[in-house]
Design a protein around this ligand. Structure first.
Ligand code: CDP
Length: 649
């Protein structure tokens, strides 16, 4: 059963572009820089074996461990499921290569034990971390050190800077004045700038500040210096508006907002609208700051009464408590829609999708055991609550294949049903694992025993299928899940910035940014290597009508909307980020987020011509919907874009 849909994709080798990326970033090398790997098959086997070795914690039945390895291997080799980059970089790293070269038939229980026991600090497998800050010099510099260790091995870190007292506050003992959170962000930024993550990519951090912190305006302006130069380049910044509906009301009533901090006598009263306008203006200029609604995150987090989440990872999809970590993995739905009726609660192949999800959840749960954590406190928190983030990638390509325009009601129904199905089966899998392996240790203190549902669901049940999923979900959380849950959080949708390229699919839940592009990758030698691409589904759809001239025009424009020779039905389906009105981006985020216990990475793309008022309208609408945050990007508002259509080079 498991083999049917995977088999087809196991045969397909990664594209030339994917191999280039693998070679530059993922194939293991020895100390002298010589390659130890040269194929995707070797990488898949290394990851599968390293992670399956964690099963020695639960069984001494070698067949059971091999069975897990075989399932993990098939998922990864077929690229139907890929773990986050740190797992691909770091699984099996610095271990005896012979252990990974053996055929599975020859592998012994001792081999798995050796792998498990020989893990070192090089085997850090997670992408997402949040570390705490405290309002003292030694705590801040401890946090810098901790962050450096995480980033060194490929993890991204988020921090809540709100705990730091505002600039100009008195410091007891020295008689001096505090320099404030923004000055400390520069220290973290400098640390990040000296670190290349996992030896392979740029360090990434998220800084969060509460909307009522006295330095909030400095924070909003923090990514430009006095001369207008870009600074804090290793940070995304987000303003935390704990209660978005209350804030919206304040805006409507043109109310006052008091900015204050418990460790300071500084108090300022401002108009809430002035804060909103400043956020909107800067977001219009550069995309920063985003908004984060941590109150809503906590509402749907089963441990919020004990360990509330205080920040997210750099791309915003993973809210975590202090010292929390999460490992992510993504299922490529574009590959699956070719053979499966995803999202349909009555489909014949539902059990196959369920099986894929079960093994993906089991893989991520095993990663918690096989991971080497950068800090003792992170290990403790990660094992007490067992966060995992199973998500999807390839949504846009799946919609092309299903011929549903991303910006349509039909597509939104599909998105909702697909995410509901993912959420349902992954929570069922987490419950199954709990029966075999035990609940996450904090389970009894969590909200789950009380029938808690960790996401809002779509309340306007626009469709019979959505009703059916909602019903299954309610039954699960009011039934078995009150007794068994292995993971406090289960679903996260990552940007999949790199792994979607390895999978030759569209990234996360985003529309394709361009249908054709030249992507520049900077290799180890510092040279810019062009990787050119044209969407293969479009190529197939246009078929023999794809002349060399037409191809050149698509490459030139990136979008097909202004190409006369392409029929309207095709134009409607093959939309890009910039072809989609901002409100449809927002609605897509809304339906998807309705079924996620963690969050998703989503950018609301806006055309270059958008006004500050247009941005404000989106910000206001975001306060109303069931969202956990907001990131916008106005075309052309950042100097360096990674992707560029030929016409923009
Ligand atoms: O595709 P890949 O697994 O490489 O990563 P992603 O899905 O684009 O990003 C997932 C998470 O990895 C981000 O939210 C960050 O926490 C982390 N990340 C990072 O630390 N540094 C980067 N350069 C990219 C991602």
């Amino acid at each position: 059963m498991f083999m049917r849909v995977l088999n087809k994709w196991i045969q397909k080798e990664p594209s030339k572009n994917a191999i280039t990326i693998l070679k530059d970033r993922y194939f293991l090398k020895d100390g002298e820089g010589n390659y130890l790997e040269s194929t995707w098959d070797e990488v898949s086997k290394r990851i599968a074996r390293h992670v399956a070795a964690a099963e020695v914690n639960y069984t001494s039945d070698i067949e059971e461990i091999k069975n897990a390895e075989e399932h993990f291997y098939q998922l990864i080799k077929s690229r139907i499921f890929l773990p986050n980059s740190p797992t691909i970089f770091n699984a099996g790293k610095t271990m005896d290569r012979q252990l990974f070269k053996k055929d599975i038939e020859e592998t012994t229980l001792e081999d798995y034990k050796t792998i498990f026991d020989s893990r070192t600090k090089h085997n850090m497998l997670s992408a997402c971390f949040v570390i705490p800050m405290d309002d003292s010099m030694s705590a801040i510099f401890d946090a810098v050190k901790n962050a450096a260790l995480i980033m060194k091995y490929g993890g991204g870190v988020g921090y809540d800077f709100s705990v730091l007292r505002p600039k100009g506050s008195s410091i007891a003992g020295t008689g001096g004045k505090s320099s404030g959170p923004i000055s400390f962000m520069h220290v973290f930024n400098t640390a990040a700038s000296t670190i290349e993550q996992g030896g392979a990519r740029r360090a990434a951090q998220m800084a969060v500040l509460r909307y009522d912190h006295p330095d909030v305006f400095d924070f909003i302006n923090s990514k430009k210096d006095n001369k207008g130069n870009n600074v804090l380049n290793y940070f995304n910044i987000s303003v935390n508006i704990d209660n978005p509906k209350e804030f919206k009301k304040m805006l409507e009533e043109n109310g006052d907002l008091t900015l204050e901090h418990p460790a300071s006598s500084i108090r300022k009263t401002i108009k809430a609208n002035d804060l909103m306008n400043k956020m909107v203006e800067n977001a219009w200029k550069t995309g920063d700051p985003g908004m984060l609604f941590l109150g809503r995150h906590n509402q749907y987090y089963a441990m919020s009464e004990h360990t509330p989440v205080t920040a997210t990872n750099p791309c915003g999809e993973e809210p975590l408590p202090p010292f929390g970590s999460c490992n992510l993995g993504s299922i490529d739905v574009a590959k699956l829609v070719e053979d499966m009726d995803l999202g349909n609660p009555n489909s014949d192949d539902i059990s196959e999708f369920q099986e894929i999800i079960y093994w993906a959840v089991r893989f991520l749960d095993d990663v918690i055991e096989s991971n080497i954590y950068p800090l003792k406190e992170i290990e403790e928190m990660s094992k007490k609550q067992r966060f995992i983030g199973l998500g999807i990638m390839g949504l846009a390509d799946a919609l092309y294949k299903k011929e549903l325009p991303y910006n349509s009601e039909q597509a939104r129904k599909f998105m909702a049903k697909l995410t509901a199905e993912l959420a349902y089966f992954s929570h069922v899998a987490s419950t199954e694992l709990a029966k075999e392996r035990g609940n996450f240790p904090d389970f009894q203190r969590s909200k789950y025993p009380h029938g808690f549902i960790p996401f809002p669901m779509l309340d306007d049940e626009i469709d019979e299928d959505i009703k059916a999923w909602n019903e299954k979900i309610r039954q699960h959380f009011q039934g078995e899940a009150t007794k068994y849950k292995r993971n406090v959080q289960t679903n996260t949708i990552a940007p999949t910035g790199s792994i979607s390229n390895l999978a030759d699919t569209s990234s996360g839940i985003e529309p394709n940014f361009l249908l054709s592009y030249v992507r520049y990758m900077t290799n180890k030698e510092g040279d810019r290597v062009p990787l050119s691409y044209i969407n293969p589904i479009l190529m197939e759809k246009i078929g023999t009508n794809m002349t060399e001239e037409l191809k050149a025009e698509i490459i030139e424009k990136g979008s097909i909307q202004n190409i006369d020779s392409i029929p309207n039905e095709i134009k409607k389906i093959f939309v890009t980020s910039m072809d989609i009105p901002p409100k449809d981006h927002l609605l897509a985020q809304h339906v998807i987020q309705s079924y996620l216990d963690a969050s998703c990475s989503k950018t609301i793309n806006m055309p270059k011509s958008s006004t500050i008022e247009d941005v404000k309208a989106i910000y206001l609408q975001a306060l109303e919907l069931n969202l956990k945050g907001l990131t916008i990007y106005r075309d052309g508002s950042l100097e360096t874009q990674v992707l560029t259509s030929a016409s923009k080079e």
